[in-house]
Unconditional design. Structure first.
Length: 134
């Protein structure tokens, strides 16, 4: 199991007319955390694309527990429990300054060859980076 944390302060642009984070923006914040997670692991989604692999979301499940407001600081905790094979599954939680989970998501990414635009297994070099991090 590999866990990564990212501190994030809610921007005004993240909120809606009610002054809380717009529901779809949680996914954007989680994406930023996943990107940071991968860079800390030793590569980026951009590098993967240059090597002919992209990782589209194939399933997303979000649970909205409590509203988050402008200028709140949250911690985004991203966890990968298994070395990826056919899918890369992130369990992500947003935690407020009091340690309360305010939102959580399970995001499943697939591996797709940019050459054939077909699903492929996780490239060995990616699986090895996850293996080294565990």
């Amino acid at each position: 199991m590999i866990t990564h944390e990212l501190n994030y302060r809610i921007l005004y642009a993240d909120t809606d007319a009610m002054g809380v984070v717009y529901y779809a923006n949680y996914l954007r914040i989680y994406e930023a955390a996943r990107g940071d997670f991968m860079r800390k692991l030793g590569f980026s989604f951009g590098e993967m694309e240059k090597k002919g692999i992209v990782c589209p979301a194939i399933n997303v499940n979000v649970e909205y527990i409590r509203f988050v407001r402008f200028d709140e600081e949250v911690k985004v905790v991203s966890t990968v429990k298994e070395i990826p094979a056919a899918k890369l599954v992130f369990l992500q939680e947003m935690v407020d300054s009091g340690g309360n989970v305010v939102n959580r998501a399970t995001v499943k990414l697939g591996f797709v060859s940019t050459e054939k635009m077909k699903a492929v297994r996780c490239p060995q070099w990616i699986a090895e980076l996850f293996q080294e991090a565990t």
